[in-house]
Structures are given as C-alpha cells and as structure tokens.
Design a protein around this ligand. Structure first.
Ligand SMILES: [Zn+2]
Length: 177
C-alpha cells in the first residue's frame, strides 16, 4: 500500500536501523531505545490484522520471529524478552520485541509507560543494527535458554539501579551508547 509507512520502509534497503531480512519479514531497530535492542519485525506483505494471515504465512512469520528473538537474547543477554502486536499507530502487521533489563524503567512490570523515548545518533543506530544483524546471520535458530537472575520481585527496590547490575549484564550496549 503506497500510503502505508511500513510498506514504504520495507523498500528502503539501506535504512540505518535495518537489522536483517528474513523470509517473510524485515527487522529494524525501534526508534525508541529506552530498552536497548528494542526492535520491530515487519511482515513483508501488508495485512492490517494479525488474525488475517493465512496459516502457512502465520507459521512462517513466527519462525522469523523466533530467529530474531534468538539473536537478541544471545547478543544482548536481557533478563527477558517481551513481545507485542499492537497496530494502533501503523496498521501493518509487525511484532515489537522489547528486551528487558534489571535496570530498565519498569523492571518486572510491563515496559510502558517508560517516559521520554530514548533516541540514538544515526551512527549508534547503524552500529547496533549491524551488530544484531551479524548475530542473526551467525547463529542457529535454537531457542536460547534463560539467562541471568530473575527480575527483582519488587520493582524499584534499593539497589536495582546500582553499579553491580552493570556487572550482571556484561553484554549490554555500554560500549556503543
Ligand atoms: Zn503496509
């Protein structure tokens, strides 16, 4: 659809935030990097509603989703990965993949609201997208095992933002950001 922003985005193969192309979808970094590595996985074909996907495409799209998820989990080692299909802003089927960390704004709770969006520089988007693209290309599709300690049961508990958390999450993006 010519007026659909995601259909237009799918045509820009050199977009800085483009992570990887899969069989039925393309992954991009979300502009808001409050949760480092937050991504969108956009179906190549335009469908407004997720339930409209024919069965073979539904299954294949989920296979793409699992490949991207595996790369995010292995490369960034978040405590958890959240998934969301919303479609309120752009009615073109896409997944949000939201890595969650012990020191993110709402640990142990839904990822929103999270305050002002965290934007990166163009170079930072490009570097992170390239890093995740390499992770997609270089890894098998095996579901990753859970990593690291569980969430704090009490969000905002003392110490949640302490420097020890940095050591718990050695593969976070600090060198990039
Ligand atoms: Zn579209």
């Amino acid at each position: 659809m010519a007026e659909c922003p995601f259909c237009r985005l799918l045509g820009s193969r050199r977009h800085a935030a483009r992570i990887a192309e899969f069989e039925h979808s393309v992954a991009f970094l979300h502009l808001d990097q409050t949760h480092p590595g937050r991504s969108v996985l956009i179906l190549k074909r335009h469908f407004d509603h997720y339930h409209e996907l024919p069965e073979p495409l539904f299954t294949a799209f989920n296979r793409d989703l699992r490949r991207l998820a595996a790369a995010l989990l292995r490369e960034l080692r978040p405590q958890r990965l959240n998934y969301a299909v919303l479609g309120n802003v752009v009615p073109h089927v896409h997944w949000h993949l939201i890595p969650r960390y012990l020191d993110d704004p709402n640990p142990g709770a839904p990822p929103w609201p999270a305050g002002e969006p965290r934007r990166l520089t163009a170079d930072q988007y490009a570097a992170l997208a390239r890093r995740l693209g390499l992770a997609v290309a270089g890894r098998d599709d095996a579901p990753p095992s859970a990593s690291g300690p569980a969430f704090q049961s009490s969000p905002g508990a003392p110490g949640v933002r302490g420097p020890w958390l940095r050591r718990l999450i050695p593969n976070r993006l600090d060198p990039l950001l």
